[in-house]
Ligand binder design. Structure first.
Ligand SMILES: Nc1ncnc2c1ncn2[C@@H]1O[C@H](COP(=O)(O)OP(=O)(O)OP(=O)(O)O)[C@@H](O)[C@H]1O
Ligand SMILES: [Mg+2]
Length: 324
């Protein structure tokens, strides 16, 4: 059984529209029927441009958002229906690391309090060494050196390691990593990426790894889901999807990735307004291969190879891109 099975996950945000005297609410569909599964000790990367719904997916998986539909099965139990003790236990087993260690750490708290705080929240009775163990796991050694420090006394990389130690202290099984290295210098970033790999080997963790950097997705993930305007346009084994992409959006993302030797596919226009998504295939207004029928109806998700899915009408019709 997969550790996490996400089925038709939909996330809505109420947004005010109109002038203040007459304003009303509409729902913005940030995530639209997204499905994926994450095996134990596995890593699934969610990739895509800013605003495509990656963080909303991560937060919804942790049961942290309202207006969520679908199913989030953690070891077979639906997180979206959990309450009380069961929800508290899930919150222990699933933790998150955010992008910005400057914002996510309380500047007035010492490292020992920050890392120990989840123990207090979950009323865990743990030995005094537990904070030190978590710091060591996160590569902050010797822990005594860090315990009495405040966040501003640490480097960016050390701060992110403190956030990781706090996420590890309750011995979770699932970590949602939301752009965890995007704010770090390249040299520091490599150390943190290696740390994630080592922790997975050592502790058997599963990661939902959110990133806009395809090289990072390639390094850390076994599977990847490419998102565009709230939907997954392509998903499958990372090495397959990122080396032989089939959806034109994935192709475009890869062609503009730093170091790519592919011909650059520059997309026309901006990402459309999520309150008014285009009809048919959401990507068609920017797609270099769009045909008239792409505006007619949303393409179904089809399996195009072993465990490789994509949503593109032309592929569904069996027309290869180079024939169009
Ligand atoms: N609290 C909110 N209220 C209203 N709309 C929101 C809220 N949070 C996110 N959105 C909208 O939902 C959509 C998805 O946002 P989300 O933050 O999940 O994207 P993302 O892929 O994580 O982007 P980024 O790469 O910039 O972090 C965007 O259109 C965003 O503006
Ligand atoms: Mg985000």
């Amino acid at each position: 059984m997969a550790l996490l099975e996400v089925r038709e996950l939909t996330v809505l945000y109420p947004v005010a529209v109109g002038l203040s005297a007459f304003f009303s609410h509409r729902f913005l569909v940030a995530v639209d029927r997204v499905s994926f599964s994450l095996p134990e000790r596995g890593t699934l990367a969610l990739v895509g441009e800013s605003g495509c719904g990656k963080s909303s997916t991560g937060l919804a998986v942790l049961g942290l958002l309202e207006h969520v539909r679908g199913e989030v099965l953690f070891r077979g139990k639906d997180v979206l229906k959990m309450k009380g003790r069961e929800l508290r236990e899930f919150r222990r087993r699933a933790q998150i690391v955010f992008q910005d260690p400057y914002e996510s750490l309380n500047p007035k708290m010492k490292v020992k309090a920050i890392v120990g705080e989840p123990l207090a929240i979950h009323r865990y009775r743990a030995g005094p060494d537990r904070v030190g163990e978590a710091l060591e796991l996160a590569g902050l050694s010797p822990p005594e050196y860090f315990l009495e420090k405040y966040p501003h006394e640490l480097s960016g990389g050390e701060r992110q390691r403190v956030a990781i130690a706090a996420a590890l202290i309750l011995k979770p099984e699932l970590l949602v990593l939301d752009e965890p290295v995007s704010n770090l210098d390249v040299s520091i970033k490599a150390g943190i990426m290696n740390l994630f790999r080592d922790l997975q080997d050592e502790l058997g963790l599963s990661y939902l790894f959110i990133t806009h950097d395809l090289a990072d997705a390639f390094f850390l993930s076994d599977e990847v889901a490419v998102m565009y305007l709230g939907i997954t346009v392509e998903k499958g084994k990372t090495e397959v999807v990122l080396s032989c992409p089939l959806h034109p959006y994935t192709e475009a993302l890869l062609s503009v990735a730093p170091g790519s030797r592919k011909e650059k596919l520059i997309l026309a226009g901006d990402v459309p307004d999520p309150l008014n998504p285009p009809p048919g295939c959401r990507f068609h207004p920017r797609c270099p291969r769009a045909q008239t029928e792409c505006a007619a109806e949303p393409p179904p998700e089809i399996e195009v190879g072993p465990s490789h899915w994509t949503r593109c009408l032309l592929l569904a019709q069996g027309k290869r891109h180079d024939e169009t």
